[in-house]
Design a protein around this ligand. Sequence first.
Ligand code: DGJ
Length: 745
Amino acid sequence: MAIIFNEKTKEFHLYNDQVSYLMKVMRNGQMGQLYFGKRIPQKENYDYLTENAYRPVTAYKYEGEYSFTLEHLKQEYPSYGTSDFRMPAVEILQENGSRITDFQYVSHKIYAGKPALQGLPATYAESDDEADTLEILLRDELLQVEMTLLYTIFQKENAIARSVRFQNNGTQNQQITTAMSLSLDLPDADYEWLQFSGAWGRERYVKKRRLEQGIQSIGSTRGASGHMHNPFVVLKRPAADEFQGEVMGFSFVYSGNFLAQAEVDTFQVTRMMIGIHPESFSWCLKPGESFQTPEAVVVYSDSGMNQMSQTFHRLYRTRLARGYWRDRERPVLLNNWEATYFNFTEEKLLNIAQTAKDAGVELFVLDDGWFSTRCGETSGLGDWWPNTDRLPNGIKGLSEKIEALGMKFGLWFELEMVNKDSELYRAHPDWILHTPNRHVSHGRQQYVLDFSRKEVVDYIYEMTAKILRESKISYIKWDMNRNITECYSIAYEACRQGEIFHRYILGFYDLYERLTSEFPHILFESCASGGGRFDPGLLYYAPQAWASDDTDAAERLKIQYGTSYAYPLSSMGAHVSITPNHQLNRMTPLKTRGDVACFGAFGYELDLSQLSESEMEEVRQQIVFVKKYRKLLHSGTFYRLLSPFDGNITAWMVVSEDKKHAVAAYFKVLNDINCEFRRIRLQGLDASMCYRAVDEAGRSESFYGAELMQIGLIATDSSAGQVIGDESLCTDFWSKIILLDADEA
Ligand code: DGJ
């Protein structure tokens, strides 16, 4: 068991080979934080880490004593106003108007394995020996409210999952107004903060700044995790980089409003928190009721950011994603959206599908516009039955025809939305989220269904399940194209309106759970106007997510690079589209588009029949390559080598678990002239193994792993002078893939 409790010192030590997490019951009965980081020895007493000091202008707990103040103490789940003046992890508004609480240790439980969180996505253990869990029960005696802090440490990963459960055993209503999933007081502020932020079309750009005294935060109050910020933050030592140094990653397994915040106090203590955003949140805990927060995961690495990301990749790919598709090779798909937008007929779709089939595509996906009166943005959402004017044989007939071509068939849905011009809205105008007597804002001419209401979710479930039951559907793209405004549900009393954002997400997860349970063989891909809800919560239901509507290869370098800090390659929907690119009007080589997209869940977003015969041949070769290497690319260890945010060259690679095979790629955005001889140092290989390195032209040469890692892969191209024997000319938006295979001979 990797969790120890010392009765005498009241210290808890959670550890595995790589990390230690230490906390204790403090003198006032509350939980104090002692240490989180690289593994340290188990010892009777780490109390010297508790700072008892007298400072001026400080409030102390015990009368006449100057040694105990929460202002100086590192805590586990702090509250405001009893000598700590920083932002709290928990706040409860009581019937008398007070917000002061005092949660004191009562008992704890240590057990093997990891519990599921009712109605919420969470990481899991497949067997009891993969993880150990600690539950610490605390009670506020006055309120008779109990709070359970949950910690799971994974045996083989440098990761700890945390969440909190509240239970009201008292006689009064309690309004929880803040309930973070994780709070961690770190003893200094010598960190750089990395966030993954942007907008539609440029999701998850890497942004970095030094922590400073005061609060730095990111979050979402849009009802979805959003394009603007991802629920993931990194704290790293300033000297740490991709390959060395101390790094911590904080990730929130949730798809709605969130806050990730670091508060550096006047004594340089950093309080890191992540959880549901307190803005617009409150939860009315009536007597006898309980509330469970979503889960947060913290990963510690002493070997740089690549190691942190690799832990997240393994954990999220194999112990967050679930089901039939978790470990399976993902089909090469073709999506008709950029090929046709709303302008298609069954005949046109079948022609596109036939060409795709001839090229080796395995799955044809019909995007928006197939249902009801939906021929544009203004109508039809909510009415999930086929438009038989466009598709005379319905979805059933079309899906059978696609299967007869030898492909699988996939379909687009946007189940949370309704247009006013729809049968659903006409029948149930009060089913949208809206504040009575207030104007309701639209987004893309659509409104958000009130998924906090079970009858609404039930109705959508039945309508969706009907079409899935009667047609041959192997894949669903679940889109979401607007955020929530005027959030209010007419189904709930006034004191519960602060719950609606969260109840909406619970309803949304419930629908996902029911659909994935009834149709376990359907591959779900999440989407929200591109990558507007690319978060760990959704990976629990949908193992892949459309990373961005921006399919330009150069832009995708940044998007996929930023996404890779927390999310595995298998989760990143990445497609080759036409040029000029529809988002940037940019021309990039077909090869580069393929080379970028193959480091993701690969597909096409164009009508292949528009391509020339030589381009089609290139597409056929791309698909052969993806089918051969997708297993390695998705399950191997991914290394970021050179960042698109730092220079003109991006490089990354994937190494197989046994280190015998690797795929390395580098991309040059703009061509340069008379430039340096270039080498890219590779990572993760076996130093003593000899590898045959083969490029796309079939040229090969053998190198020891040590050479490739210490000296580097020679990455010189024609911009450093024409290489003798190599006639290829480097251009803008240029890419190269090198295959490395252990030379067994
Ligand atoms: C937004 C998505 O990101 C696109 O891929 C496409 O599915 C459209 N919605 C359809 O309306």
